[in-house]
Design a protein around this ligand. Structure first.
Ligand code: PDD
Length: 280
């Protein structure tokens, strides 16, 4: 297996970064997780759009052109014989002696890339769905930037794992669900409306979320873009999450209570099928 680091393809176990990389010292960088489905890169352009935007918000230059980023990632997919999984891209502000403010030396942004093969979800996993817990949203006020600073997300995921669950839904000061620790959150109301929160500074604008909203508009599904509370989620007939690594995943339990009849929702499974069909 190969990784891309310091401008070269290197064996994965020999890839390393500098001890004074600002990503390592300050989490001064951003990342992307780009899904690969049956050898195809899914939603490549919107992922690169988001990477460019995250970098611009932090005033870090693109490490190379978009075209070059595509060439490097495609070459890594080829070398690693990646069929299903994802490409991980990380860009940091670069290497400089430790000092909080942006370095005057203007270091070159440091790009690293790895790939990961993931098994497809089994029928049993799908039939069981995910269980989520709720936890306070302890993150900063710019969650729209895909920053590598992920401590609150890590702590929430760990709390979910220790509760035997798959994800944590984060609750803001108003009692609303913002999103999951690494996924976007959706519910279906008793009158069959699909609801997901608006993409403001409180959440990451998920690419899977974007694709699914477009698919829903095309196929005539009703969608309400608005915040929903934890209570509304507990009383929803269906719930699901979206992310590059999970596509559309049914949620069957919230804080130990079954969602609807405790089985994956019918609308959820229809949306999952439609989504998966369009990415191949
Ligand atoms: N997580 N919200 C958060 C906080 C995320 O970290 C992610 C992605 C999403 C879903 O976005 P997308 O559909 O573009 O994957 C929402 C990635 C997969 C991760 O950190 O591993």
């Amino acid at each position: 297996r190969y990784a891309y680091a310091n401008g070269r393809f290197v064996p994965h176990n020999q890839a390393s970064v500098h001890i004074e990389d600002r990503g390592y010292q300050f989490a001064d960088g951003v990342y992307e997780v780009v899904p690969v489905h049956q050898g195809h890169v899914v939603d490549e352009e919107p992922h690169l759009d988001r990477l460019e935007r995250s970098l611009a918000e932090l005033r870090i230059d693109m490490p190379m052109t978009r075209h070059a980023l595509k060439l490097v990632s495609h070459e890594l997919i080829r070398r690693n014989v990646l069929t299903n999984g994802f490409i991980y891209m990380q860009v940091t502000r670069g290497v400089a002696p430790r000092d909080h403010k942006f370095p005057k030396s203007k270091p070159r942004p440091a790009l690293t890339m790895t790939t990961r093969q993931l098994p497809a979800k089994s029928e049993a996993q799908l039939e069981q769905g995910f269980a989520v817990i709720t936890a306070p949203d302890q993150r900063w006020k710019r969650c729209d930037i895909k920053s590598i600073a992920l401590l609150p997300n890590i702590l929430a995921k760990q709390q979910a794992a220790e509760a035997g669950c798959d994800e944590a839904w984060l609750i803001d000061a108003d009692g609303n669900v913002t999103e999951g620790a690494a996924t976007n959150a959706w519910i279906v109301t008793p009158d069959k409306k699909v609801v997901t929160r608006q993409a403001d500074h409180a959440i990451l604008p998920g690419i899977t979320r974007l694709s699914l909203t477009k698919l829903m508009a095309r196929e005539g599904y009703e969608l309400e873009i608005r915040p929903f509370s934890k209570e509304e989620a507990m009383n929803a007939t269906e719930a699901f999450l979206t992310s590059s690594t999970n596509h559309v995943m049914p949620i069957t339990k919230i804080d130990g209570q079954p969602v609807g009849n405790g089985h994956p929702g019918i609308l959820t499974l229809k949306l999952r099928e439609a989504y998966v069909e369009q990415v191949v």
